[in-house]
Design a binder for this molecule. Structure first.
Ligand SMILES: Cc1cc2nc3c(=O)[nH]c(=O)nc-3n(C[C@H](O)[C@H](O)[C@H](O)COP(=O)(O)O)c2cc1C
Length: 323
């Protein structure tokens, strides 16, 4: 009976198998995953808990032996001193055996554009050889800094996949963004279905109208997905499209094409614009290549009635995105 239970448990755990962008397994077949995090004020903990709900992987926390002060400025000063002197605060023994896991989601807050000192303490003691590491972090708006690179430097014999970062203030609603990241790193979610081949459900709010759509699996679409929600000032052009500057370049590898289909959501690498095409005209050829990132699936006729200048907000429709 015990043997059967152990076998069943093993089979269940393989559902947390992590896959890299290529689609090949990123972790050994056993696919045992752990979410290991450090969090001082609770933001990263919220993201870690959301990740646990999405992946089914258990949580473990890194804790310092001596707690940091309650006062934020005192923490900043202590952290600054620890960093400048290279001091690594002692941490408590983990509640889990790392040998039991092949994939480690490693979560932390950003401190001074890098990993916090308690995470440095952990990584200097554990190099996570042979494991797949998926770093994730929360911050106050300055981004992940050099943290992901630093994780790689501490763990030269681990495989570090592209990291995830988000504002700590948004960690309470982390699931949709985490899901997009998991999709990007091609992780099979806890229900055992890889979402890699699914289209991502989009909602586009434009001039008071809610359009629905989906993103495909192109590199442009995956990059776009990571930035959602995105608000773009769009201009109508030629009775066929709305286009607008994305502000940030997408690192797209596709070449693109000089034609469009109705409903296409495209990215133009040449002028860094996103466009929604809604009507073929007598002149369907484009002067610049566009990469199809997805399409609008709801009726397109509201687009032909909109004013020339509109604001469009693209966001992930998490209610439809594989839940
Ligand atoms: C000592 C210290 C240094 C910080 N440095 C940065 C920083 O360089 N960039 C940033 O965006 N946020 C910085 N923050 C803000 C935290 O990264 C952010 O609030 C995070 O979400 C906190 O996560 P936690 O609640 O899991 O501890 C810093 C916070 C502290 C306490």
């Amino acid at each position: 009976m015990k043997d059967i239970l152990v076998t069943l448990l093993g089979a269940l755990l393989t559902f947390t198998l992590a896959l890299p962008c290529s689609g090949a397994p990123a972790s050994p077949d056993s696919g045992r995953s752990l979410i290991l995090f450090y969090s001082l004020s609770g933001n990263t903990r919220l993201a870690a808990e959301a990740l646990s709900r999405l992946t089914g992987a258990p949580l473990a926390e890194i804790k310092t032996v001596e707690p940091y002060p309650d006062d934020f400025h005192a923490v900043v000063e202590q952290a600054r001193q620890e960093r400048s002197t290279g001091y690594r605060p002692p941490i408590l023994p983990l509640s889990v055996d790392l040998d039991d896991y092949d994939t480690v989601y490693l979560g932390f807050p950003i401190w001074s554009n890098s990993i916090p000192q308690p995470m440095a303490s952990f990584l200097s003691e554990h190099h996570l050889e042979g494991k797949t590491i998926l770093p994730f972090c929360t911050h106050d708006g300055y981004g992940p800094g050099r943290s992901f690179r630093v994780v790689g430097e501490y763990c030269p014999d681990a495989r570090v996949l592209p990291g995830f970062d988000m504002l700590g203030s948004e960690a309470r609603d982390a699931e949709a963004k985490l899901k997009a990241w998991l999709k990007e790193v091609n992780v099979a979610l806890s229900d055992g279905t890889s979402s890699s081949s699914e289209a991502s459900a989009l909602v586009i709010r434009m001039n008071g109208v809610e359009l629905h759509g989906e993103l495909n699996d192109s590199s442009a679409a995956r990059e776009f997905l990571r930035r959602l929600p995105v608000t773009v000032s769009m201009t109508g052009y030629g009775g066929r499209e709305y286009y607008g500057d994305l502000g940030e370049l997408l690192n797209a590898t596709e070449e693109g094409r000089l034609r469009f289909d109705d409903g296409d959501i495209t990215y133009c690498p040449q002028n860094n614009t996103v466009a929604i095409f809604y009507a073929q005209t007598s002149c369907p050829d484009l002067s610049m290549r566009v990469i199809p990132m997805g399409r609008v699936t709801s009726p397109l006729d509201p687009l032909s009635r909109m004013p020339r200048r509109v604001t469009a907000t693209f966001s992930l429709n998490s209610a439809l995105s594989g839940d």
